[in-house]
Design a protein around this ligand. Sequence first.
Ligand SMILES: NC(=O)C1=CN([C@@H]2O[C@H](COP(=O)(O)OP(=O)(O)OC[C@H]3O[C@@H](n4cnc5c(N)ncnc54)[C@H](OP(=O)(O)O)[C@@H]3O)[C@@H](O)[C@H]2O)C=CC1
Ligand SMILES: O=C(CO)COP(=O)(O)O
Ligand SMILES: [Zn+2]
Length: 352
Amino acid sequence: MFTKTSWIKLPRNVVVGHDVLGDVRDVVADTHLRGRPLVVTSPTPKEVAAADIVAQYEAAGTDPGLVEVDTASFDAVERVIDAAEAAEVAYLIGVGGGKAIDIAKMASDRCDLGFVSVPTAASHDGIVSGRGSVPEGDTRHSVAADPPVAVVADTGVLADAPWELTTAGCADIISNYTAVKDWRLANRLKNVEYSEYAAALAEMTAELLVESADSVRPGLEEAAWMVVKALVSSGVAMSIAGSSRPASGAEHLVSHQLDRIAPGKALHGHQVGVAAIVTEYLHSGERGDWRAVRDALDAIDAPTTAAALGIDDDELLEALTTAHEIRDRYTILGNGLSEAAAREAVAKTGVV
Ligand SMILES: NC(=O)C1=CN([C@@H]2O[C@H](COP(=O)(O)OP(=O)(O)OC[C@H]3O[C@@H](n4cnc5c(N)ncnc54)[C@H](OP(=O)(O)O)[C@@H]3O)[C@@H](O)[C@H]2O)C=CC1
Ligand SMILES: O=C(CO)COP(=O)(O)O
Ligand SMILES: [Zn+2]
């Protein structure tokens, strides 16, 4: 008997382009969302974009709420929920990098309110995804959360953001290669549910970005356009899969572990990129594709060594040998990488 069910949650409007920040109200008006919003942002994105959005609503006679968050934490999510309930807002607008967007996404999921995503950095593929990532206890990885109803990504804002934020987004996409290899491995070895559509979309997204690497240069709106399109596409792959599997494998486990061992030292995307060089080596050996992963990262100015991340060699080795413990997600790390094997992998790939 056929018993499969798949529920794919996607945004209704995804608007990417020049000067679209000024269209937030119009984009929202084209959805079912009505009434007063709560704008959730963090310090820099507030100046770069959130203040403008607040002004748009004020000019139209609506007084939006505003909450500023500093760190990605459950306290921050609770504070946003309290603000949303106190102000009786109708929906939330997350304005910023992964931190502000995920806090707003998780708070709106908890309050059962619509959510609009306004990225100010092309730094991660959670812009569109049905996943939220806020540390809780020892958990750093994402959990299911309703995706945004609408996304407004202004390529001018994204191109003006610091270049390393864009290279972090590119590295988050390049890590799809190893994430999909881990997913296929888990499907073969552990019968983990697998979607060829989601895997193919995640791989193709990485492929298209790598092929365009020459055009991904600082300050260019065209480059911001290409990267944000890739981030959207990767988020859609996660929605099709109903999990972060197409975009998160062993390289993400290592990054999550680094967030615990060496917090705040490097950007999420940069950490997963460096870890992907090592996990690609583990998948395909010395003669395998790890050089292609390293060269793709290098081509877009993303770090390729622990030193470039600002992470000590020992911190990376600890992350590599303990990453398998943090989540029920089978990957090439299996039941754990031995210290000797980890040392060999980082030495052979030049990561350390
Ligand atoms: N939900 C999902 O599916 C996914 C979630 N993630 C999560 O996203 C997070 C990583 O996102 P990331 O964006 O790197 O982290 P942050 O949101 O912390 O942003 C990184 C830095 O960029 C700054 N910033 C943002 N926009 C601008 C701008 N326009 N100009 C100048 N500075 C700017 C922020 O400033 P300020 O400090 O003022 O905020 C912050 O200092 C991780 O927590 C990761 O787990 C990653 C991938 C997928
Ligand atoms: O960062 C992500 C995809 O790029 C989300 O993955 P996690 O589920 O590992 O947090
Ligand atoms: Zn990621």
